[in-house]
Design a protein around this ligand. Sequence first.
Ligand code: NAP
Length: 322
Amino acid sequence: MNTDYEVLIVGGGPAGLAAGLYSARARRRTLLLERGIHGGQIATAGPVENYPGFPDGIEGPELAERMLQQAIKFGMEIEYAPVSGIKLEGGLKVLSTDYGEYPAPAVILAGGSDYIKLGVPGEAELTGKGVSYCATCDGAFFKDQEVAVVGGGNSALDEGLFLTKFVSRLTVIHRRDQLRAEKILQERAFAHPKVRFIWDTAAEEVLGRDQVTGLRLRNLKTGLRSDLPCQGLFVYIGHRPNTVYLKDLVELDEQGFIITDAVMGTGVAGLYAAGDIRHDSARQLATAAGDGVTAAIEAEHYLTELAARQGGLTPKALAPGR
Ligand code: NAP
């Protein structure tokens, strides 16, 4: 067990990378643990147009790489390991991963959230055979094909508009007759010749044996069912955080998002949450980065106070019996 770190960060999306940058610049020994690809949702996003400072936009993966390199430049370390548990031991928070335990006095939870699945018949069986949750990863497989998107938020329209580069026609299926997505995306989608909308409708089943051949739809106002032929389905119906392992430690809302105070505190001293993982997050790249910065500043205050209280004890000395 490596007891050298002062700040551990769970999750390498914009919140975690911004936290890492600030903690490293505060000269705290900082380790970020990432379960997959650093960058979070922008790692698989297309052009990012709404992050301040990039008037012509920037590709999501490039921005993610720049954020990582900036944090590493100032001393942040990164390891690729999924965190599956956390416990309090003395003054330390101890994170468990498949590769061992990582203790530190301050931890910033920035694990983001995963795409929610529709949960209808055929979805799981046909994932990777026409059903996808990542337009950037899979869009090119659908060249000149008919593709459906389920959802009415920013993800559905952002990713749907990206898909229009490849597909012959894109059908957006939404359960209401009003979109949740920001207006500029709505304007682009409504104006796009390849995009059409089916309103007040739910996808009840994904059709096909070895490959998606269509969707069974139900109009939620009339109850009428119909089949939509298509070769691809992209699902964008929101996100759910990966916080099951935190439920006995911090307060979660009904959907599992972490309740924080205004400075990202979770109620456990030295434990912070930042970005999409927390309740009431605006779920924007810029706000996630801002959350990460706030959490890192608070962690720094906590470590400074702790050192003063403990007479300058090191993280190692905080661990009982170590
Ligand atoms: P979201 O904003 O929560 O929208 C989810 C959409 O899916 C809503 O339209 C919702 O319908 C619909 N939906 C939810 N459950 C459903 C179900 N069981 N069946 C069918 N439809 C269902 O999620 P998101 O679009 O993934 O965005 C998440 C966050 O990331 C948002 O805060 C968003 O602003 C942000 N984001 C921003 C950008 C950007 O700035 N360009 C890009 C992507 C994401 P209702 O409207 O009826 O609830």
